[in-house]
Structures are given as structure tokens and as C-alpha cells.
Design a protein around this ligand. Sequence first.
Ligand code: NAD
Length: 467
Amino acid sequence: MPLRQTRRPPATLGERFAVLDPATGEAFDEAPDQHPDELDAVVDRAHEAWRSWRADPAARTAALLAAADAVEAAGADLAPLLTREQGKPLAESYAEIARTAARLRYFAEPAPGPRPITDGRPVRSEIRWRPLGPVAAIVPWNFPLQLASAKFAPALAAGNTVVLKPSPFTPLATRLLASVVSTALPQDVLTIVTGREPLGARLASHPGIRHVTFTGSVPTGRAVARGAAASLARVTLELGGNDAAILLEDVEVERIADRLFWAAFRNCGQVCMAVKRVYAPARLYSQVVEALAQRAKTVAVGPGLDPRSRLGPLNNAPQLARVERCTAGALADGARAASGGHRLDRPGYFFAPTILADVPPDSPVVAEEQFGPVLPVLPYRSLDEAVERANDTGFGLGGSVWGTDLDRAEAVADRLECGTAWINHHAELSLAQPFAGAKESGVGVAGGPWGLYGNLRPFVVHRPDEA
Ligand code: NAD
């Protein structure tokens, strides 16, 4: 039965565009469709605001702490709006807001002070960290608030000002977040712009921007890097992933099945660091497929605002089409759907939670990033083969190894070519850790002190010991 939904991007309504509820496929609100020419004035104001914002680290610490409190206080307004436009269950929206506030608190620590360079020479050299200037922050639709704060919290803490551009699929909760955070900041220190392309492209290449910090897909990341090359602005790119989970011979399948399932299906699989491929030993293959399929068949799928829902819809029609294409391709290649394999027969962008067995290794659902509630499970015969296949991708975001002998699992994890590897877990991230993809999954380092230094430049003062 045809679904009541559109595959077109949001329609223009004069100088506004429609925002759709992915649980219905219907428009429920609209957002400003700003013209790229508006960016000149926005960036000029961000530059002006930078003069005083950069000068007072103590005021920045106080402002970021106040912003964290304001975000928490606004949780009851932010969470339903985030769920409405993004699709995720309400509890996950609250978790995203808590993470956003926690990140503001984490980066509220005073910025690093001067550091002497000691190399035995009779000079006094000192590194003093300096902010860069206006930063452009461009983020996707899967975790709009969490990812926006991952950009603006360290950039602001370092003494930069920020121009933030959310995805046109999720502009509303980010607009509200920016207005809440801005109650604690001087004017023009954080500015949000919303609109459809080429707004992001023009922002990334704007001559007044000194750092472009971007999260999104690999192809858009390349375009952003090309754009920023015009002004030689610094770029930080957090891009896609195709994380593998390797199950070892000694894994206790029933013990890990829930955790493994949610590592793949949280946020409807729309997580850069979701488990996107599972490699299971041939001896345990059927058991692993059945354990995951049983969970996929019984998980409660529905609108995020319904408290019974554990999985919501996909966020948008193009993403639904992509997941459908990957799945249909695998089935045409001879794969078997142990669960799901199709859209749900209801309005909105719902896809049945899908476990695919007997998938050819070069099928798009294995080779590409599906970014949806579809998980291929592949058998392996030797551990070397499993590691080789896990690493046989242009991506390198994360990976995990699951088993009972933790030392052995860690030795296998050490062989994964990625930024973070977990044992018996996946995508558990500390605010204090570096976040950096290997290969095409990223450029630069976010998270922890590295995230702060990514928004600073070293300025060295060098003087002799005596006149
Ligand atoms: P996307 O690349 O299509 O869009 C990301 C952002 O870039 C959006 O705000 C979009 O409007 C903007 N944009 C589009 N074209 C642009 C251009 N030419 N110049 C500048 N900006 C432009 O990604 P998406 O579909 O919104 O998000 C899904 C992707 O994001 C997946 O690949 C996922 O893995 C990745 N992602 C990565 C991380 C990470 O931390 N590594 C986290 C979340 C999502």
C-alpha cells in the first residue's frame, strides 16, 4: 500500500520552509529559509562580538555554566520538539538534552594557561593559547542538539564566537536551544542560521570564518573541505562510519544480545557509531541471527511521542529511501530477512527492524553506511578473516569485539583500524576522550582537551633570559 509521505525536500513557503513530523510525513511547523547573502552581516557581527568574548576567560566559564543550567531548565520544552522533528523516543530526547548540558559544564573549565617551553636554551619561550575567531558549526539531523553542543561548547570555551547551522530536517529544537543558551551569552556570540543549500556551502567558504567544524556525511565533508580551502580556514570533519562488531568463539550470545541489538538500533540505527555489520563465528551464526531477529521482531516501534515506543521512524524520506534501497539490494543479492525487510504499512517514515542473514560481503548494506534499522550478520571461519573484513572499508570510526576472555578480546580490538574500539560494548563515549575517526571518517580531533585545542592556536612569545 502506498504511504502518505513525500520524498521531496521540505517545500519553500516564501522565506520559510516546512518542517515535517517523521512519524506522519506531514508538515507541522516551519523555519526561516535564510538567504546565503545574509551571512555577511551575521559573520561581521560574530567578529565584532569576538573582541570582548575572547578577552575574559572567567566570564566565559560563568556563562557556560549558566547556559548548562538554562538548557536543563528548558528540557520539558526542548524534548517534545526534538522528538517531533527528529522522530526519536522522548526518553532519548531527554538523554540528548542531558548530554548537551553536561558538555557545556565539561568545557566551562578555564581554558589552558601559558605553558613554558623548556629545552635547555638560555631563552624564555612560552606558549599562550589564542582563539581563532568566528567558527562555523554545521551539523546533521540525527543528534541535532548533542552534536551542536559538541561544536559550540568547546569553540565558545576557547574564546571564539560561533555561527551554527543545523540540518534543514531538524532546525526547530536547535533554534530553541540556541535561544536558551544565548540567554547566558553576550549578543552575537552564538548565532543560528537556518535554511536550505547553498546556505551551508556559503557558510563553510565564508572569508570571515576561521574554523569550520562539520559533522555529516563523507561526500559533504569533502565539499566543506573544498569550500574552506578558499580562505584556508581550519577544518574539523566528523564523518560517517561503517562500524563492525566481531563476536569471538567464547561469546555468550544471550548475555550480550540486548546490548548488541541496541548498539545497532538505537535512534533507529541513525548513529554514526552504530554497529553496522556483525561478524559471527560460523559455529554460532544461526544462534546470533535468531537472538537478534527475535529482538527485532518484538521491539515496540511507533511515534517517539508515544511512551511505549522504543524505536521511532527514520528522520526523513530520502533516508527511508536509502535504507529501502540497501535492503532491497541485499535481498536481490540472495540475502534472507530473518526479521523485517520492508517499510511499515503506516504513514510516516517507519521501516521494520531488520536482521539480514546470508548477505554477500560486497552487498551495499555491508559495503556502505545504511544509517537505519537494518543489520547484516555475516559468518566467518577464522579470526584473521574477520579482522580483515572488519577493516576492509574506507571508513574508520569505531569497532567492537565481543567475548568472555577480555584479554583475548582486547588483543583483537587492538587490530581494528578505527578511532575507538570497545570490548563487549559499542559507542559508549566519555566527554573527556578524543573523538577522531581513522581513514575517511574524519579529519582533526574533537572531544576532551583535544576538542578545546582544536579551537585554539598556539602563540609563542620568545625572549632571551637577559637584555
Ligand atoms: P549531510 O552531510 O547530508 O549534512 C550534514 C550537514 O551539512 C547538514 O546541516 C546539511 O544541511 C549541511 N550541508 C549539506 N550540503 C552542504 C554543503 N555543500 N556544504 C556545507 N554544508 C552542507 O549529512 P546528514 O545526512 O545530515 O547526516 C548523516 C551523516 O552524518 C552520516 O554519514 C553520519 O554517519 C554522519 N554523522 C557523523 C557523526 C560523527 O561524529 N562522525 C555524527 C553524526 C552523524
